[in-house]
Design a protein around this ligand. Structure first.
Ligand SMILES: Cc1cc2nc3c(=O)[nH]c(=O)nc-3n(C[C@H](O)[C@H](O)[C@H](O)COP(=O)(O)OP(=O)(O)OC[C@H]3O[C@@H](n4cnc5c(N)ncnc54)[C@H](O)[C@@H]3O)c2cc1C
Length: 373
């Protein structure tokens, strides 16, 4: 049953992707009246690696979102493959899950509907007004506007929050294949200037994403660089057509101004290789709800900075392997000969290791290996 456009709401959320819906659920939990608008019709698809790390699943559970086991696939860890070697490790804090983006979106919608949020689909926000937002079909007054309109956020522009401390772009292309997953890990294949990652998303389906700095580099050109993988996919039918998206690394100087506040990719993002974009959006949504309940967006800005720190650091580490063939070769060789180092890195990645542990048990031995290998 489509919702009517209300005249007034406490919080208006521009964008009904994962971050907007997570914010809606969390804000309803704090008792706010919430309206969400999105020009697309659900469930919304988007290019994504479709992997949720254990900390992402934990965030979803805190939002009260349950994933249908029929529509998701558990994975125990991450495997790096490249330069003739491979290494894998298990998460120390549970399993992750691969899930088609459309199934994840539907689960978030179901929960947001249950909480009583008003969801307006096919409704594009056209601008901000002195008292709220303007959308096709009417104006809505609100106390707060949340920009959850993704990587290319217009709300960010309208509110004058474009000023970024850092920004760089990579490009991802995704396709699904009908094939039983051959591993219970997400695999990351490291090539020259590109990576492919493979996420099991069902008993007979996987998601394959190629990512690079070259906007023209498509999956079919990248796959032959990885004969083992392309061999496996040769007889597998593609179940979707190739679809692309930008993966930005962006840190904004500010995430709110006046009554306008940003969440999810609109508020800055980490490179897709981290598999942490979704979790960040979920956690930001919860941090925002807590801050608005206290009426103080400074606590949101502080939480946002804190949340971004670990994935930004891990992304920088991984992207240094993308930039330098020498480092990539040596690091992959070192990690495969000392899988414990990789296990500590993975534990850090998912928030299950302290920085001190990480430095002592991963960075120092890895540095030694790389320099002496
Ligand atoms: C190649 C690639 C692979 C990735 N792999 C992973 C992964 O494996 N795991 C992971 O956790 N993350 C991954 N990510 C990141 C993840 O996809 C994003 O972090 C996530 O989609 C951000 O969600 P969002 O809700 O902020 O933005 P979006 O999903 O982009 O949603 C924004 C919404 O805003 C709507 N909108 C836009 N303009 C307006 C408007 N004017 N009015 C109203 N609505 C509007 C759009 O229609 C859209 O639905 C990947 C990203 C890329 C590019």
């Amino acid at each position: 049953m489509p919702h009517q456009i209300p005249k007034q709401t406490d919080v208006f959320i521009v964008g009904g992707g994962p971050a907007g819906l997570a914010a809606a659920i969390a804000l309803r939990g704090q008792g706010f009246g919430v309206t969400v608008a999105d020009p697309a019709l659900p469930p919304i698809d988007k290019t994504c690696g479709e992997g949720l790390m254990p900390d992402g699943l934990a965030a979803l559970a805190r939002l009260g979102v349950t994933l249908n086991p029929q529509h998701s696939f558990p994975f125990r860890g991450i495997r790096f493959v490249g330069g003739g070697s491979s290494v894998d490790a298990s998460f120390p804090n549970g399993t992750g899950a691969g899930i088609r983006r459309t199934h994840l979106h539907q689960s978030l919608i179901d929960r947001a509907e249950d909480t009583g949020a008003t969801l307006l689909w096919g409704a594009r926000v056209k601008g901000l007004s002195g008292t709220g937002v303007m959308l096709n079909g009417g104006a809505v007054e609100c106390r707060w506007v949340v920009g959850a309109d993704g990587e290319n956020s217009r709300v960010r522009q309208w509110a004058g929050l474009e000023n970024a401390r850092s920004a760089s772009l990579r490009f991802g292309f995704r396709r699904h294949y009908r094939i039983a997953p051959w591993t219970d890990c997400v695999e990351i294949y490291w090539g020259s200037g590109c990576q492919i990652y493979v996420t099991p998303i069902g008993r007979d389906e996987i998601c394959v994403v190629a990512i690079s700095r070259n906007s023209r580099l498509r999956l079919d050109e990248v796959l032959p660089m990885f004969p083992e993988l392309s061999g496996r996919l040769q007889s597998a039918a593609a179940t979707t057509t190739e679809r692309g998206a930008v993966s930005a690394t962006r840190r904004l100087a500010r995430v709110y101004r006046g009554r306008v506040v940003l969440v999810g990719d609109a508020s800055g993002s980490v490179d897709a290789i981290t598999g942490e974009g979704l979790r960040l959006g979920f956690e930001q949504g919860m941090a925002l709800a807590a801050a608005l309940a206290d009426g103080d967006l400074r606590t949101y800005a502080a939480a946002h900075r804190q949340l971004a720190r670990r994935p930004a650091f891990m992304a920088a580490l991984m992207l240094s392997m993308d930039r330098s063939a020498w480092l990539r070769r040596r690091a992959l060789r070192a990690l495969s000969s000392e899988p414990r180092i990789f296990a500590t890195q993975l534990a850090m990645h998912v928030g299950a290791a302290t920085t001190a542990d990480f430095i002592r048990r991963s960075m120092l031995p890895l540095g030694r290996h790389i320099l002496t290998a």
